[in-house]
Structures are given as C-alpha cells and as structure tokens.
Design a protein around this ligand. Structure first.
Ligand SMILES: Nc1ncnc2c1ncn2[C@@H]1O[C@H](COP(=O)(O)OP(=O)(O)O)[C@@H](O)[C@H]1O
Ligand SMILES: [Mg+2]
Length: 353
C-alpha cells in the first residue's frame, strides 16, 4: 500500500471510531492519572499524566518495555495498589461514569471480581494452594451473587467447560498444584469471567507460559471476549498479538503514554519515535511478528529522568527542548495522539531514512 492509501484508510478508521465515541461515553476513562511511590525523587511519578479510554466490548492494548508503569496503572484501576507506598497524586478514572479513585474499600471490593476483573501473569500468585479450584471459583460467585453454594459450583463447572479444561468435573475437586501453568491460567480466566465482568484487565496473561500454550490461551481469551462482549485491557509485549486483537493501542514509556490511537493508525502511521522503534521491522497489520524490537539504551533511572520528554536520551531526533520541556499528548489526527514535539514526524523520518 502506498503512503497515501495507508493514510486514507487510517483516516476512515478514525472517523468510524469517533462516530461510536460520539454516541456512547467510554466504559473506562482514565485522565491525567499520576502515581508516585514514597521515596521516589520529586516530580518523578512512575505513572505520569496517563490518559486512555476503553469502549464497551472493545480491546485496548497497552504496550511498552517492562518497568514503564503498565502493572501499576492496572492495579490502581482495580484498587489493588497498596497506598502507601504508592500515592495517586493526580487524575481521574471513571468506570461507567463512577469515579474509581474515590470509592470506599467496600465499593471497590463490590466492583472487583464482579463488573471488573483482572488476570495476572503468574496464575499461582492469585490461586490459593489450600483450596480446590471449584471452591475458589464458587467463592468469587457467592461473594457477588445471591446464589447457593451448589448453584455457584454448577456455575464453576460451566466455567471450567467454557475455558476447555479437560475432565472438568474432576478438576473442580483438584488443587492448583495439581495443574500445569497453562491449566492454572485457564482457571484464572474462568474465575475472572465467572460473573460476566464488563471489563477484564489481562496483565501479560501469557508471558509465563510456553510459547505453544500462549497462543491457545490468547485464542481462548479472544473467543470468550467475543461471546460475552467484555471490554478488555490487554497488556502485552507481543506486537503480533496487538495487531490481532486490539481496537485501540496505548504505548507507554517510562510512566507516560507516548502515543495512543486506533490500532490501524499505530501500525500504519506511528508518530512517536519510541513507537517507531518498537515497531522495528514489523511489516504490517495482521501479520504475526515476534516481540518488541530492541531500542538502544535503557529507561533512565528515576534520578536521571529528564525533565522533559523521558525518551530524550534514546531518541534519534531529540534536542535541548525535548530534554527540558515535556510535550503534551497532542492530537495528530482525530483519535490519534502522540507526546512528541516533532509529531507529525514525516519530515524528520524522511530525513533519517
Ligand atoms: N512497591 C513499589 N515501590 C517502589 N517502586 C515500585 C513499586 N512497584 C513498582 N515500582 C516501580 O514502578 C515502575 C513501574 O512498574 P510496573 O508498573 O510494574 O511496570 P510494567 O508493568 O510496565 O513492567 C517500575 O519502575 C518499578 O520499579
Ligand atoms: Mg507489569
């Protein structure tokens, strides 16, 4: 596809996206979220001015190197971030119009595992070794629904069937340690989806698994998401996965969202030098391609974090202004945002090529 054709198809995608947004407010809307840990140098928030939204039934993929604040952001949204040492210092996060950040512990616990659920990288950390799989899934159901233990067990069995666990009746009575990593992650998915959440946050759900199992688990999540219409935030390192499942993408670097927009725009017309770096040689949308490309250098430690754009030390285009002034997350085209003084980047990219 020529450059013009690419540009046109992204523009169409933006229009479609915006039409949907105009009719319906997002299910989750995060604006200017900033989080710092006690003891961190002043002004260096691990999550800083982060904004994104998720529409009903849609998938937002969050990508970025490790340590850039993806998990801290998700935990904050789920009300699972220990405060202290963490502090939410600015911003808002509304779920179906309700401000998540000002909820009481009780209200949060009511949402969690019911309308919002999360699955983690390592399923063993969230399964209790002392209880059977069936008891653990049923407990999550009884906590939020007026059902008997027996009815909850029936639902647990249904869920084990839905996540395609072999011999589900037997597995209901099994303990976590009797299962493989892949089977445990299926159990976690069953638990997370047992109450039909409207939003599922999946934080690198396949990273700890064998490559062959990863694809199966991802296909399972996608199938269940289609069946249930659950919206999802999927945190992943795998750009092939992003191309396959994302509607929207947010790229994070060192606590900032540096670029966000419809998946077509991010792949076909990346605007932030970090996104362009991550893309490396990814050929096109929809084709499976491995992990994020390696960009020279590493994320600076907190003490050395530039005042301005945090990508400055690794950026081929940076100058003194970049180091000193933080660019806003500005709109390049409707729905496509980038935090770079030089976006749109065509000219600089052309010059570098
Ligand atoms: N309990 C904590 N105390 C201090 N710093 C923390 C704590 N937890 C996470 N961090 C820091 O927050 C940053 C973001 O971490 P995280 O959200 O886990 O990154 P990601 O999920 O993107 O890999 C990291 O630099 C990490 O060192
Ligand atoms: Mg993480």
């Amino acid at each position: 596809m020529g450059h013009e054709a690419v540009r046109q198809s992204s523009a169409e995608a933006h229009q479609i996206g915006n039409a949907a947004v105009a009719f319906e407010p997002p299910l989750l809307n995060v604006q200017g979220l900033s989080i710092r840990f006690d003891g961190a140098p002043k002004g260096v928030n691990v999550v800083d001015d982060v904004s994104f939204s998720v529409r009903k039934g849609k998938t937002l993929c969050i990508v970025g190197e490790s340590g850039c604040g993806k998990s801290v952001t998700s935990l904050a949204l789920m009300g699972l971030l220990p405060t202290p040492p963490a502090r939410i210092v600015a911003g808002s996060a509304t779920f179906d119009g309700q401000d998540l950040l000002t909820l009481s512990e009780r209200e949060r616990a009511d949402l969690r595992g019911d309308r919002m659920a999360m699955i983690f990288q390592e399923p063993m950390t969230s399964l209790n070794p002392a209880f059977t799989i069936g008891d653990q899934i049923a407990e999550g159901i009884v906590r939020h629904r007026k059902v008997s233990k027996g009815e909850a067990m029936d639902r647990a069995l249904d869920m084990l069937k839905k996540v395609r666990i072999p011999a589900p009746e037997k597995r209901l009575r099994a303990y976590p340690h009797e299962m493989s990593g892949g089977m445990r992650q299926r159990v976690m998915i069953a638990m997370a989806l047992a109450n039909n959440p409207e939003l599922l946050i999946a934080d690198e759900p396949t990273t700890a698994l064998d490559v062959t199992i990863q694809a199966q688990i991802l296909a399972l999540i996608q199938r269940l998401q289609e069946e249930t219409g659950t919206a999802m935030i999927l945190i992943t390192h795998d750009l092939g996965v992003v191309a396959e499942v994302a509607d929207e993408v947010a790229v994070m670097y060192a606590g900032h969202v540096v670029e966000s927009g419809p998946v077509e725009a991010i792949f076909e017309d990346p605007q932030h030098p970090y996104t362009i770096g991550l893309m490396g040689s990814v050929p096109s949308l929809g084709r499976r391609q491995g992990r994020l490309a390696t960009i020279r250098g590493t994320v600076p430690p907190a003490e050395l974090m530039p005042k301005g754009c945090r990508f400055t030390p690794r950026c081929p285009f940076s100058d003194a202004r970049c180091a000193n002034e933080l660019p806003p997350l500005g709109e390049i085209r409707p729905g496509h945002l980038a935090r770079c003084w030089y976006a749109p980047l065509e000219q600089k990219r052309g010059a570098a090529a």
